[in-house]
Design a protein around this ligand. Structure first.
Ligand SMILES: [Zn+2]
Ligand SMILES: [Zn+2]
Length: 386
C-alpha cells in the first residue's frame, strides 16, 4: 500500500494533500493572521462590511447558484447572474461548478449509499470534510452526469481557470477594495477577514449541510434516507437547513417552502425574478407536499401502534388514510386552480365569488384534516384496547 493510502469500507483511498492542507491550514493561518492584524492595525468597519458582503456573495453563489440553479435546474437565470455565481462561487473555494454539481447529483442519486460522495452513514467527519480530503482510488470523474453544464461556455471557462478566478475574486479583490478605502492596514484586514476567514465560514456552512443536516433534525416529508429539516441550520446556511424537504422535492427552488421559513436563497432567487434576472421558478404543488406529509405521519403512527399491539388489523386504517389522501390531494388541487384562475381572470367573475370559493375550499381542507386527526386518535385507542 502506498504511503498515504487508507482503506475505507471496501475501497482504497488516497489522501489529497492539497485539499487537506487547504482545509486544515487556512483556519489556522486565518486565526493567527486575524490576531496579528488586530494587534498591529486594529479592525475598522470596512473589514466587517467586506466580510459580510463576501460571505453573502460567495455563500449564496454556492446555495442559490451551484446548488439550486446548476445542480438542480430549479429555475432559469440570465447570463449576468450565471457569471456572478461563477465568479463568486469560485471565490468560495469549493471547486468548479461542473465538479461540485457532478458530486451533488451523485449525492441525490445514491443518497447514503457507497456512490454518494458525502455518504452520511459513514459518520459526521466523513460527510463533513473527510470526503474532500480522501480521494477514491481510480475514481476519476468522467462528468457524464453534468454534460448540460459542460456545454455552457461560462461554466466551461470557470472550470478551466477555477483556482485563478477563485484567488482573484475570493482573496485579491477584498484586499484590493480594503486597500483602496483605507490603505495598507485595511487592505490586509480585508484580505484576512473577507478572504481567509470568510472562506472558512462558507466552507463549514456548506459542509454542515452534508453532515449535520443528515444527522440532526426532523423528517416530515420522507424517511427513506437520512436527510433532515433543521430551522436552526437554515439561519446561517442561507436556507439550506430544510434539507429533508429538499431531498423530497429537489426540483423546487425553495428549501424552506413556507413564507416564514428562513431561506435567504429563495428570497434572492424570487427577488431577482422581480427585476427579470431569474425566471421559470419551479414550485412543488401544495397537494404533493401535503400528501407526502400525511404518508410520513401515517407510516410513523402505524409503526408506533404496531409496537404496542402487533396483532392489530390495519386494513380499516389503510382504507381510511387512502381515501383522506385522495380528498386532500383533490381539495388542494382545486384550491391551487381557483387561486390561479383568480390571478388570471379579468372581470368575468366578481371578487366576492372568488373569495367565497376559496373560503369554501379552505373549509373543506380543514374538515379533511380534522378527520385525519380523528383517524390518528382512533389508531391509538385501537392499539391500547384489547
Ligand atoms: Zn441538492
Ligand atoms: Zn443531502
Amino acid at each position: 500500500m502506498a504511503e498515504g493510502t487508507v482503506m475505507v469500507t471496501q475501497h482504497r483511498y488516497n489522501i489529497n494533500w492539497l485539499n487537506a492542507m487547504f482545509l486544515l491550514g487556512i483556519p489556522i493561518i486565518a486565526a493567527v493572521a486575524a490576531f496579528w492584524h488586530r494587534a498591529t492595525f486594529g479592525i475598522g468597519s470596512t473589514e466587517v462590511i467586506v466580510l459580510v458582503v463576501w460571505y453573502l456573495f460567495c455563500g449564496m453563489s454556492i446555495t442559490a447558484g451551484y446548488h439550486r440553479l446548476f445542480s438542480h435546474r430549479s429555475y432559469s437565470a440570465s447570463r449576468p447572474v450565471v457569471l456572478f455565481y461563477s465568479l463568486f462561487g469560485a471565490g468560495a473555494f469549493q471547486n468548479s461548478i461542473i465538479e461540485w454539481c457532478s458530486d451533488h447529483r451523485n449525492h441525490h442519486k445514491f443518497t447514503d449509499l457507497d456512490n454518494d460522495p458525502y455518504n452520511a452513514t459513514r459518520g459526521f467527519f466523513w460527510s463533513h470534510m473527510g470526503w474532500v480530503i480522501m480521494q477514491k482510488e481510480g475514481n476519476d470523474n468522467d462528468f457524464s452526469n453534468v454534460r448540460d453544464l459542460q456545454a455552457d461556455p461560462i461554466l466551461a471557462w470557470q472550470h478551466r481557470h477555477i483556482f485563478l478566478i477563485g484567488f482573484i475574486v475570493g482573496m485579491v479583490l477584498p484586499g484590493a477594495i480594503g486597500f483602496a478605502i483605507g490603505g495598507i492596514g485595511t487592505g490586509i484586514g480585508c484580505f484576512i477577514w473577507g478572504g481567509l476567514l470568510r472562506t472558512v465560514f462558507v466552507h463549514h456552512g456548506t459542509f454542515l449541510i452534508n453532515s449535520a443536516a443528515h444527522i440532526w433534525g426532523t423528517q416530515p416529508y420522507m424517511t427513506t434516507n437520512t436527510s433532515k429539516d433543521s430551522a436552526l441550520l437554515s439561519l446561517f446556511t442561507f436556507g439550506e437547513g430544510y434539507h429533508n424537504f429538499h431531498h423530497a422535492f429537489q426540483a423546487d427552488y425553495r428549501n424552506g417552502y413556507k413564507w416564514y421559513h428562513w431561506d435567504l436563497s429563495k428570497w434572492l432567487i424570487s427577488g431577482l425574478g422581480l427585476i427579470g434576472l431569474t425566471s421559470n421558478l419551479k414550485r412543488t404543488p401544495k397537494a404533493s407536499i401535503e400528501v407526502a406529509k400525511l404518508d410520513v405521519k401515517y407510516a410513523n403512527e402505524s409503526k408506533n401502534i404496531l409496537r404496542i399491539n402487533d396483532k392489530l388489523d390495519m386494513s380499516n386504517f389503510d382504507d381510511r388514510v387512502g381515501s383522506y389522501r385522495n380528498s386532500l390531494r383533490d381539495s388542494f388541487r382545486k384550491l391551487a386552480g381557483a387561486k390561479k384562475e383568480r390571478k388570471s381572470s379579468s372581470f368575468n367573475k366578481s371578487k366576492q365569488i372568488f373569495a367565497r370559493q376559496l373560503t369554501e375550499l379552505r373549509r373543506e381542507i380543514k374538515a379533511i384534516k380534522e378527520e385525519i386527526s380523528a383517524l390518528f386518535s382512533d389508531m391509538r385507542i385501537a392499539a391500547t384496547t384489547v
